[in-house]
Design a protein around this ligand. Structure first.
Ligand SMILES: [Mg+2]
Length: 473
């Protein structure tokens, strides 16, 4: 009996020991899996990490070229740093997670979606036979049209730039990644919020950044810069209320260089300050001339775009005062356009300068509204007189979401006594729709492209200048 009991107890202990060993093994396996998962996945978003992405890319490139149809996308959020700085890092992290999920939801089932670090993501799509690389990339870009919902009922708009590399012939791992980088850079340089497919010519273009910086130094003394003016229209009457001054650069005997390309170079090199002051002076000089010579000319306002770099300079308000004094242009007719992102992100540095400028009588306009933060609550706190609805909303103003947003901006604008201008009106349908929604002002190619000063004067003989007094704070 005792023996039997002993044997039983022995068997029990052995079973218990075996069970513990099994548990330990299970635990070890799970830990192993966890470590492997950690080694190959991004801790924040749970997406594949750089290491796993590289492994998959290498594997994809090893396959016979004919069977490939592989596409590599490098996706970088536009101005993420600004968003992160203004919303705070925890919210920035939440945004990265939300973006990651959306990318994953946009990719096909077997595609690899990775976070490469910071605000850079990558997608690897193999056997992409059904549509071209550009279309595939566009699918991702389109998903950035919708706001990202974050906790606390906050929603944020952010755009992305995408470098696209279709791999149709044998390529090395390094070439594929480098080309993706170059294509991404091109997408950023061509204005962001776009996808660019890699072309060999892009590598040469990249070298031209240094060249642009070099040539830009001589642009002013060589008289290569000019200011064109795009009319701002009062939508109910079709009359002109003002113009926006836009900088143009015709480099030597070559084709014009778009501002999206050279303005960032001007900002990088600090040339934005002398060039910005020159634009301001030209615009005020022309404005004064139109005030003096055109019928009802005194009612015309002139808007000048101001870069964050200029605005941060403590000497900027003095420069404006000086230029107004020199040219005799009335402060109340001058509008300074500042992008929403500059107003929000650099508020601490720029607010006192903006206050000084408004005390002078100069009006402030929020440019590209809706692209950076689109939090309508901001509108209440921004020191501004005018808000410009970004053309991306005007472009799709037929869609319900954009219609509601435009209505909301108009509503708040009205409540806060802000003037509202819709940018980028390209056809009569858009003009009609905005007018119906109650948007008071608009500008865009439908009315007129930016014109050299003399052509603008001719345009103003065909359309009257509106004399009715405009509301401003
Ligand atoms: Mg503008």
């Amino acid at each position: 009996m005792l023996l039997a009991r002993f044997a039983e107890s022995q068997a029990h202990t052995a079973r218990a020991r075996a069970l513990t060993a099994e548990d330990a093994l299970r635990q070890q396996t799970s830990l192993q899996q966890q470590l492997t998962h950690q080694a190959f996945h991004d801790a924040l978003t749970g997406l594949a990490n750089r290491a796993l992405f590289f492994e998959r890319l290498e594997h994809a490139l090893d396959r016979p070229a004919a069977a490939q149809n592989t596409v590599l996308l490098l996706i970088d959020l536009d101005h993420f740093k600004d968003t992160n700085d203004s919303l705070g890092h925890p919210v920035g992290d939440e945004l990265l997670i939300t973006v990651g999920h959306r990318l994953l939801g946009t990719a096909r089932h077997n595609d690899t979606v990775a976070r490469m670090g910071g605000d850079e993501f990558a997608v690897l799509a193999e056997d992409l036979k059904d549509f071209p690389a550009q279309t595939y990339a566009q699918r991702f870009l389109d998903r950035f049209q919708e706001p990202f919902a974050l906790s606390g009922h906050r929603s944020v708009f952010i755009t992305a730039s995408i470098g696209v590399v279709p791999i149709t012939e044998p390529a090395t791992f390094h070439d594929a990644l480098r080309n993706a980088d170059i294509a991404l850079y091109a997408a950023k340089e061509r204005g962001r919020n776009r996808a660019e497919v890699f072309e060999p010519a892009m590598s040469q273009a990249q070298q031209s950044h240094a060249r642009i910086a070099q040539d830009l130094r001589h642009a002013l003394p060589r008289n290569e810069l000019s200011v064109h003016y795009q009319p701002v229209i009062h939508l109910p009457t079709g009359q002109v209320t003002g113009v926006e001054a836009l900088l143009r650069w015709q480099r030597g005997d070559r084709s014009p260089i778009p501002p999206e390309v050279f303005v960032p170079v001007a900002e990088d090199t600090g040339l934005i300050r002398p060039i910005g002051t020159w634009v301001l002076r030209e615009a005020c000089r022309h404005g004064r001339h139109w005030h003096d010579t055109l019928p009802r000319g005194k009612a015309l306002s002139v808007a000048v775009n101001v870069s964050g770099w200029q605005l941060k300079d403590h000497r900027f308000p003095d420069t404006v005062r000086q230029v107004l004094h020199e040219t005799g242009f009335p402060p109340v007719s001058l509008v300074l356009e500042i992008t929403e992102s500059t107003l929000v992100t650099d508020a601490a540095t720029t607010s006192p300068h903006i206050r000084t400028l408004r005390d002078l009588g100069v009006r402030i306009s929020i440019d590209d509204f809706g692209t950076g933060y689109s939090s309508l609550a901001y509108l209440r706190d921004l020191p501004a007189d005018i808000v410009k609805i970004d053309q991306s909303f005007v472009l799709r103003c037929g869609s319900e979401a954009n219609k509601s947003l435009i209505q909301a901006i108009l509503h708040i604008g009205h409540a806060l006594d802000l003037d509202v201008i819709a940018e980028g009106i390209e056809n009569p349908h858009q003009a009609q729709r905005l007018h119906t929604l109650g948007c008071p002002h608009g500008q865009g190619f439908y009315y007129s492209p930016p014109l050299p000063p003399t052509a603008l004067e001719a345009y103003l003989t065909t359309r009257a200048i509106l004399t009715a007094s405009r509301s401003h704070k």
